[in-house]
Design a protein around this ligand. Structure first.
Ligand SMILES: C[C@](O)(C(=O)O)[C@H](CC(=O)O)C(=O)O
Length: 315
């Protein structure tokens, strides 16, 4: 950024949240976000040209802790991971899972502020109990509606405080997620989302709709408030394509498991081959250079050159 408040291309800089808000309010458009959880998966998704990424909590728990999505990750695990991913390409907004907010209202405030400070464009906050689980597992428990709304209020106030200090850079898109459908039914889940929107949330997220009719109803009820669809393979929601989800009325669709499940499958095959034969079959053209290029090798070399370095001139 230059002293006149403009970027190198002469345009006013846009914050991550502003970019996400723009995507969410485009007519006849659904934003499809791959679920990423580390530097490699984020780089792969960026290279594929997605205009928004999703940081999955399940993937973060699995990749950072080797643990299932059962509420084991802490705010620091999540905020650090989200900030790293958001930093890889500031022009591509990141939506990050914030689970239950990791505690009471004071902790939720701290979580929201940490995500904003890390450059996250949007986060979702849910109404499961703190010992939560993946929304597509059975036996979920939710907090009462009043507690859920106090979580949303805590997030809204944290954002207000950040905006007061930082202006637009203090903004973040708040996505209210309810898991109440499984235990309390559809009407209760809709009511929870309604109150969350009234409390200042920007996007509604009904976790685990079990049929397309529920999808259509939730989108119709909240329009023009954007509604998010969580597409989990093997989960409780019927599989919809991007177009089908758009037709149902969704404005944003996350695929949290798309990378983790692919890694489980493809790495599983590679290591079982290695175990069996003692050799690894790599596709032709694979090399360290190729892999590091995915992770910004060229930009690193350029930076070193710009400061007069020659360290990588013969890499
Ligand atoms: C969206 C989600 O919160 C996530 O962690 O990515 C999970 C997805 C999953 O566990 O596969 C969810 O609760 O739906």
């Amino acid at each position: 950024m230059y002293g006149n408040g403009k970027t190198a291309n002469g345009l006013a800089p846009r914050t991550a949240a502003a970019r996400l808000r723009e995507l969410l309010h485009q007519d006849d458009h659904i934003t499809v976000c791959p679920g990423v959880y580390d530097g490699i998966t984020a780089r792969i998704a960026l290279q594929a040209g997605f205009d928004c990424l999703y940081m999955t909590g399940a993937g973060t728990a699995a990749s950072r802790l080797g643990m299932p999505d059962l509420g084991v990750v802490t705010m620091n695990d999540m905020a650090t991971n989200a900030a790293m991913i958001a930093s890889l390409d500031r022009t591509v907004p990141l939506i990050a899972d914030a689970d239950t907010g990791y505690g009471g209202p004071l902790m939720i405030s701290r979580t929201v502020k940490s995500y904003i400070a890390g450059g996250v464009a949007g986060l979702h906050l849910e109404d499961q109990v703190v010992s939560k689980r993946c929304g597509h597992l059975l036996g979920k428990e939710v907090v009462d509606q009043e507690t859920f709304i106090s979580r949303i209020r805590a997030a809204v106030i944290a954002r207000e405080e950040m905006r007061k200090d930082l202006g637009d850079a203090g903004d973040i898109v708040l996505i209210a997620r309810t898991d109440a459908l499984q235990a309390n039914g559809f009407e209760d889940a809709l009511q929870r989302l309604q109150e969350a929107i009234e409390a200042g949330a920007d996007v509604a997220f009904l976790e685990g709709p079990t049929n397309v009719e529920q999808c259509r109803i939730v989108c119709q009820k909240f329009a023009p408030i954007p509604v998010l669809l969580n597409m989990v393979p093997g989960g409780v929601t019927p599989t919809l394509t991007g177009n089908e989800a758009k037709e149902a009325g969704f404005k944003v669709m996350i695929h949290p498991g798309c990378m983790s499940f692919a890694v489980q499958q493809s790495c599983g095959e590679v290591v079982s081959e290695l175990k069996k034969t003692g050799a690894v079959k790599t596709p032709p053209g694979t090399s360290p250079r190729d892999f590091f290029t995915l992770c910004g090798l060229q930009e690193c070399i350029e930076l070193d050159k710009r400061v007069g370095g020659k360290a990588y001139s013969s890499v």
